[in-house]
Design a binder for this molecule. Structure first.
Ligand code: SF4
Length: 207
């Protein structure tokens, strides 16, 4: 297992999170189904932030097939009602734009649905973070979230209209209506009374 991942796991644990190491993306679905979710998920409400990592393993569909009520955020097809229901779900899965080796989890969000859910609402929150999103420092994690992830998502999905970073390739701190990063969150530690877990994946996944 990657030493960088092991150090990040230890630092996240010091901050109160339950942390799981996943040896590869091929083992991720098995880990979620075997160690995170209960055996019987029929009737449970499971919410998802928009995440290429989670879609890559088909997790929302797998949960749906096992009888869970699933609420996903998939622009431009997203229903705001589903986003609201996801806020009160039994389990909420999301990725992160970056995590620093010392354990700060960083996300930028355009509509705030997943940053809100990660802060309060769902009974269990699970961050699934692949190794390519681990940075040395919090500054680098912030820089990755804005100058890399948000820019690449803006270019890839292009459903938010023309944004300056699409052509320049870096954030210009725009105030465009379709801005991908109206809110940024830094999770410093496990929140009081919360059950937040982190899965660190020893593979490169997502942007
Ligand atoms: S230019 Fe606007 S949309 Fe692009 S990364 Fe910066 S703040 Fe976000």
């Amino acid at each position: 297992m990657n030493e960088f991942l092991i150090q990040t796991k230890e630092n996240l644990e010091k901050r109160g999170y339950s942390v799981f190491l996943c040896e590869s993306k091929q083992r991720l679905l098995e880990l979620v189904m075997g160690k995170i979710l209960p055996l019987d998920i029929s009737g449970l409400e499971i919410g998802f932030g928009h995440s290429e990592t989670l879609e890559a393993i088909n997790l929302p569909e797998e949960c749906r097939c096992r009888g869970a009520q699933v609420f996903t955020h998939q622009p431009p097809l997203t229903s705001v009602e589903d986003d609201r229901k996801a806020l009160l779900s039994d389990y909420y899965f999301l990725s992160a734009n970056a995590v620093s080796k010392d354990g700060y989890i960083v996300n930028a969000d355009g509509s705030g649905n997943r940053t809100a859910a990660a802060c309060f609402g769902p009974k269990n929150v699970i961050f699934v973070i692949s190794r390519n999103k681990i940075t040395e420092t919090l500054d680098e994690a912030m820089d990755r979230a804005i100058n890399y992830t948000s820019v690449e998502l803006a270019k890839k999905y292009a459903d938010r209209g023309i944004l300056p970073c699409m052509s320049i390739g870096r954030c210009t701190e725009c105030f465009s209506p379709g801005c991908m990063c109206g809110v940024m969150t830094i999770h410093r530690k496990q929140l009081f009374g919360h059950k937040t877990s982190v899965i660190l994946v020893n593979d490169d996944m997502g942007i």
